[in-house]
Design a protein around this ligand. Structure first.
Ligand code: SF4
Ligand code: F3S
Length: 104
């Protein structure tokens, strides 16, 4: 599966939802997640994200993010249509330590 990582937090560009063939993105207030059981590993979303937030879970160190994706995909609503990104999305691109912004 592919996972959305903390680079998405507060950026939330939503380009990813437009290309997913199985509509497996789920929306929280500050980021999206991928449902690990629904993702077919096609990889088309990875290059679409301007924040480079989407990674294959085969990359080392992503266990925490796989857990976050699995947990919140089960709680958050499905999203299939891109909307306008947050006005300050570009200010958050590449910022480190965004996990603390996850719920704010
Ligand atoms: Fe959707 Fe493919 Fe990305 Fe998985 S890898 S979330 S199926 S676009
Ligand atoms: Fe997030 Fe990138 Fe999608 S910033 S909403 S994973 S396009």
């Amino acid at each position: 599966t592919y996972v959305v990582t903390d680079a998405c937090i507060r950026c939330k560009y939503m380009d990813c939802v437009e290309v997913c063939p199985v509509d497996c993105f789920y929306e929280g207030s500050n980021m999206l997640v991928i449902h690990p059981d629904e993702c077919i590993d096609c990889g088309v979303c990875e290059p679409e994200c301007p924040a480079e937030a989407i990674k294959p879970d085969t990359e080392p160190g992503l266990e925490q993010w796989l857990d976050v994706n699995a947990e919140y995909a089960a709680k958050w609503p499905n999203i299939t249509v891109k909307r306008e990104a947050p006005k300050d999305a570009d200010d958050w691109q590449g910022v480190e330590g965004k996990f603390e912004k996850f719920f704010s």
